[in-house]
Design a protein around this ligand. Structure first.
Ligand SMILES: Cc1cc2nc3c(=O)[nH]c(=O)nc-3n(C[C@H](O)[C@H](O)[C@H](O)COP(=O)(O)OP(=O)(O)OC[C@H]3O[C@@H](n4cnc5c(N)ncnc54)[C@H](O)[C@@H]3O)c2cc1C
Length: 474
């Protein structure tokens, strides 16, 4: 049989790779996406603030500015189509320096973003607990909240439904170029493709080395966060930022799309490292209390960190000059999530593909959780499927029906964290203390895998190494 030659092979299934994958499938191209991880969205795309920025922050005329503003506009229709939540809550940048707020306002205007300057009286009305030192603010009403991982998962699932292919746990070994196409060898498979898109985030340079394409001086910048118990409510209904600095947008306070509060991130240059640190978390406490009064950090249920990749001052989105047919995507730091759908459009242009979607595209079914449904639908579901009568995660009220449905989505996964990203099971106060083993049982039931084969997250994180009796007998 003749080997299939894909139009494009994408390396890296974060929100950027997933957006490009989805778009290419929708315009009728044959696409395969590979990732070294055991699920999509396990890099920066799972560990960020979950904000669709309005676009006032990036310098005018940069790719960051153009793609952020365009991305923000594309999100409402995209989320409606993917049937995922998006909430417009607005962003408030607060400070005591009128000139700096004016500078941001001018930048926002130049980028075509709706912005307003507020005095203290207006700020206090919106955020009654705002710190006394805050006298002036910039408000951008179009900033939005999203679940970055559910977005990535839904983009991939919809892509698969429409003929795209994704292969996880792939280790890239070598790439050869013939006149017309590339031969891509991983430890497990061989692929042929006319174009290769390197969207490997922190792994960009490793992939570029194998491809022989341009490598960049990448700075890795960690951001640590506190996540709060859902029952803990701050008197805040928008995202509050301090004035930005050279290191980024600073420590922010924001509601999440799921109803928790999130405070962070720090901005620490270093290696690709997602550990949280005492010093990082202490600095968040200090900086957040400059924004609003009376935050009880004892109500935090989890801390996490994500790593930004930074190359100079702008995104790198270009055709490789060294290897024809390779697209380099590097340094996609913030506002990468906000820009992702626009980055996909931009990549089409780089590939000389027209942005015309094919007809007859399939849409995803709704993956609304049982708790989000009305009582009649809940009753119907319970009559049809006993699994909806069983609670798996008590903190988040997630049923076994929700978990089994998530495991039946187009992209098949076998990790506890993968289930968590799709259902929120394990995201509550006890952080999986109650549901961890129940989720493992669901994964075994859905996949036929043994206990030892189920993963916590990526390869090597198996939830068990063998039967306890075997271990004791050693
Ligand atoms: C702390 C923090 C806060 C942020 N907040 C926001 C925000 O609020 N709003 C916003 O717009 N942006 C935000 N960002 C930026 C946003 O998260 C990123 O721009 C975006 O997630 C980048 O997506 P990506 O697909 O390029 O990278 P990633 O999500 O990192 O994906 C890269 C993928 O490549 C895979 N990979 C790596 N190496 C290889 C290899 N050798 N072979 C195969 N696969 C490989 C990885 O497994 C991963 O799945 C934030 C980032 C951070 C870190």
């Amino acid at each position: 049989m003749k080997n299939k030659v894909y139009d494009c092979l994408i390396i890296g299934a974060g929100v950027v790779g997933a957006s490009i994958f989805n778009k290419l499938v929708r315009i009728g191209k044959s696409v395969v996406m590979i990732d070294k991880a055991s699920d999509v969205a396990t890099g920066a795309s799972k560990a960020n603030s979950g904000l669709i920025h309005a676009g006032f922050d990036p310098l005018p005329k940069t790719l960051k500015a153009k793609l952020n503003v365009r991305g923000n506009k594309l999100y409402p229709d995209l989320c409606e189509r993917l049937k995922i939540k998006l909430k417009t809550c607005g962003a408030l940048v607060v400070g005591d320096d009128k000139n700096k707020i004016q500078e941001l306002y001018d930048r926002g205007k130049a980028n075509g973003v709706k912005v307003e300057i507020w005095d203290r009286e207006k700020i206090v009305k919106k955020v009654p607990d705002i710190n006394e030192n805050i006298s002036v603010a910039l408000f951008a009403p179009d900033a939005k909240l999203i679940s970055p991982y559910l977005l990535t998962i839904s983009l991939v699932d919809e892509g698969i439904l429409n003929g795209g292919k994704i292969v996880l746990e792939e280790d890239l070994v070598s790439v050869k170029k013939d006149k017309e196409f590339f031969e891509i060898n991983t430890k497990k498979h061989k692929y042929f493709a006319k174009n290769i898109i390197n969207s490997a985030g922190c792994g960009y340079n490793d992939v570029a080395k194998i491809l022989g394409s341009e490598e960049y001086l990448i700075q890795y910048r960690r951001g640590e966060y506190f996540v709060f118990d859902k029952d803990y409510k701050l008197n805040v209904d928008c995202t509050i930022f301090p004035l930005p600095t050279k290191l980024g947008k600073g420590v922010l306070i924001t509601p999440t799309i799921d109803g928790n509060y999130l405070i962070g991130p720090t901005s620490e240059n270093g290696e690709e490292n997602i550990e949280t640190t005492l010093s990082g978390l202490d600095s968040i406490k200090e900086k957040a209390s400059l924004l609003i009064k009376g935050i009880d950090f004892g109500k935090s249920i989890r801390q996490f960190a994500g790593v930004r990749t930074i190359v100079g001052d702008d995104f790198v989105l270009e055709k490789s000059k060294k290897i024809k047919g390779v697209i380099n995507i590097a340094g996609i730091c913030s506002p990468g999530l906000s820009s992702a759908p626009a980055i996909a459009e931009y990549v089409l242009k780089l590939l000389n593909f027209k942005n015309i979607e094919k007809s007859g595209l399939k849409t995803l079914t709704s993956y609304k959780l049982f708790k989000e449904l009305d009582i009649n639908t809940q009753n119907k579901l319970c009559k049809k499927d006993e699994n909806y009568k069983k609670i798996i995660c008590k903190c988040e009220n997630i049923t076994k029906g929700d978990v089994m449905k998530a495991l039946n989505r187009p992209l098949k996964i076998h990790s506890v964290d993968g289930v968590k990203r799709r259902t929120n099971a394990g995201m509550g106060r006890c952080q999986g203390g109650f549901c961890f083993t129940k989720v493992i049982s669901c994964i075994m039931e859905a996949t036929g895998l043994s206990y030892e084969e189920v993963l916590k997250e990526n390869r090597g994180s198996n939830v068990a190494i063998s039967d306890i009796r075997e271990v004791n007998n050693d």
